[in-house]
Design a protein around this ligand. Structure first.
Ligand code: FES
Length: 137
């Protein structure tokens, strides 16, 4: 069996939603100290929905594929759903990652959570609303 699924290869070769959002409502940046990879997520939030999302990833192929898939999974979704996104869900949507590459999908989950945290720091009133909906936070 190939090490990487076709979906991983596809999102690595043709990543979706690459770039930046100049007037983003939330920006999250995370890094992995061991491998040195960095991921940055930009969110545009309209009406409690992820209206747009873009990313920049300086990292391995699995990190690029994970960021790309994560943006596809949350785009157009309510913020409360984006909050529930786990790295496992990202890896599953990619038809799996090798065990030693699972940490790359963790970056995607964390970058989105950080971007939402940034959004909440600017809109504290929304934090309670969304935490009631998602059961998280
Ligand atoms: Fe660093 Fe993949 S090896 S995120």
């Amino acid at each position: 069996m190939a090490l990487y699924s076709e979906k991983v290869m596809d999102h690595f070769r043709n990543p979706r939603n690459v770039g930046i959002i100049e007037d983003a409502d939330g920006i999250g940046e995370v890094g992995n100290a061991k491998c040195g990879d960095i991921m940055k997520m930009y969110l545009k939030i309209d009406d409690d929905t992820i209206g747009d999302v873009k990313f920049e990833t300086f990292g391995c192929g699995s990190a690029i594929a994970s960021s790309s898939m994560a943006t596809e999974l949350i785009k157009g979704q309510p913020v409360s759903e984006a909050l529930k996104l786990t790295n496992k869900a990202v890896a599953e949507a990619l038809d799996g990652l090798p065990e030693y590459k699972m940490h790359c999908s963790v970056l995607a989950e964390e970058a989105i959570k950080n971007a939402l945290d940034d959004y909440y720091s600017k809109h504290p009133e929304k934090r309670k609303e969304h935490s009631d909906e998602s059961g998280k936070l």
